[in-house]
Design a binder for this molecule. Sequence first.
Ligand code: PLP
Length: 370
Amino acid sequence: MTSMQAPLLLTPGPLTTTARTKNAMLHDWGSWDGDFNALTARLGRRLLSIIDGGDNYACVPLQGSGTFAVEAAIGTLMPRDGKLLVLVNGAYGKRMAQLTAMMGRRVDVADFGETSPVDPAVVRERLAADPDITHVGVIYCETSTGILNPLADIAHEVAAAGRKLVIDAMSAFGALPLSCRELAFEAVVGSSNKCLEGVPGMGFVLARTDALEQAEGRSHSLSLDLHDQWRYMSRTGQWRYTPPTHVVAAFDCALDQYEEQGGQPSRLARYEANCETLIDGLAAIGLRSFLPSSIQAPIIVTVHAPDHPNWNFTEFYRRVKEHGVILYPGKLTAVETFRVGCIGAIDSGDMERGVAAIASVLADMGMQTN
Ligand SMILES: *Cc1c(COP(=O)(O)O)cnc(C)c1O
């Protein structure tokens, strides 16, 4: 074992994982091995059951970080002559628009700034005004601030206009509700290292089977071709190209714990308790969260930096880290902020430990705020 003290990651992924999840990586798997193929198949079934996927959806896992899976989903599911409207209120929406433009597909943006949720009425207007739009891309929880977008209302507008919805649910999947029985969507994208509390290294796309069937030859990229990955996997049970074996094993183990703990409702309840403990604890030491609670997802909290001449994020981060707590920088352009994640194998006691570390460092830096 390592002599390093286990850090408490208050970050939106990679995040704190359990010892049991880490232990699941202590076995070496062959990629041709039947046991590993069974693991991959089970993982796909479990991810599909989280959205009540049934036979209408298929799970296509993909090597890489979450962005690779978003890029693969757009490049595979959108026809070459399609047009994507991306609903942007932060960095991840911008990224989806950027990767679509880079692969040479038509893309338009509805920009809601950095501090407001997507407005479904605007989505309706934009879709009515532009019949060329075939697909709409949305970020469920915009991790760059922690804003919760009104997914059900957005999905309703997109379906009513006869267009197809691709959801980047990376930082929401498994914690916030998402069922294909309640919402219409073409595909949802997630990754191993966020609310399902696995380790980083793979993403996955849960896509309508009929959409995958129609997607042959659309991808601009060999390694990001989800249709090919799906076909190959259906035929052989194997991943195309080297699978992240240890990541898959850890993810399957993390899903054991997810199910034992009660699945989505209980994961959401734990994160809500974390978020509340954090926001209350910070308020008690004079730090304000940035978003109003009505649009705050219980995933990551953006916090106003103390309005004090001694403020310096790099120094603050370094000192908080000495207490064993890892924070996250802010991502807003106009306001000085930092971020604290509420997700991972952590509970309210850990959030209190995080707040205590922050309080102690602010005092040491001469920034007692109350
Ligand atoms: C984490 C995240 C991603 C993917 O980021 P990677 O760094 O590529 O894993 C995409 N969208 C959202 C909303 C995210 O939170």
